[in-house]
Design a protein around this ligand. Structure first.
Ligand SMILES: [Zn+2]
Ligand SMILES: [Zn+2]
Length: 101
């Protein structure tokens, strides 16, 4: 059984930033949780897909998260109807379809 990280951080605590505020306004829950398997950090959560190949990710270690665009991992499941991993390229631990299968 896989154990996930679920490190929590609050997005954009008390700091004004136009670009960040637009993203934060679109989130119902400003709390982020890490989407990777247990690891030493930094931690990551995808906020939304920017296009078919790039996701906008929040990354944090201690305190405030920063936003960075990262290419998708894209590794496909085996079999006739493959799903592509939507985690970022080079992520540690299992792929997204191992978490949600
Ligand atoms: Zn983490
Ligand atoms: Zn992957």
């Amino acid at each position: 059984m896989t154990t996930y990280c679920f490190s929590l951080v609050r997005l954009f605590t008390g700091r004004a930033c136009d670009a960040n505020d637009k993203v934060a306004d679109g989130l119902e829950n400003p709390w982020l949780h890490c989407e990777l398997e247990v690891h030493p950090g930094p931690h990551y959560q995808m906020l939304h897909e920017m296009d078919a190949n790039i996701g906008l990710w929040a990354r944090w270690l201690d305190g405030e998260a920063v936003l960075i665009p990262l290419p998708h991992c894209g590794l496909l499941t085996p079999g006739p109807n493959p799903y592509a991993c939507w985690l970022f390229d080079g992520h540690g631990g299992g792929h997204s379809w191992e978490k949600y299968q």
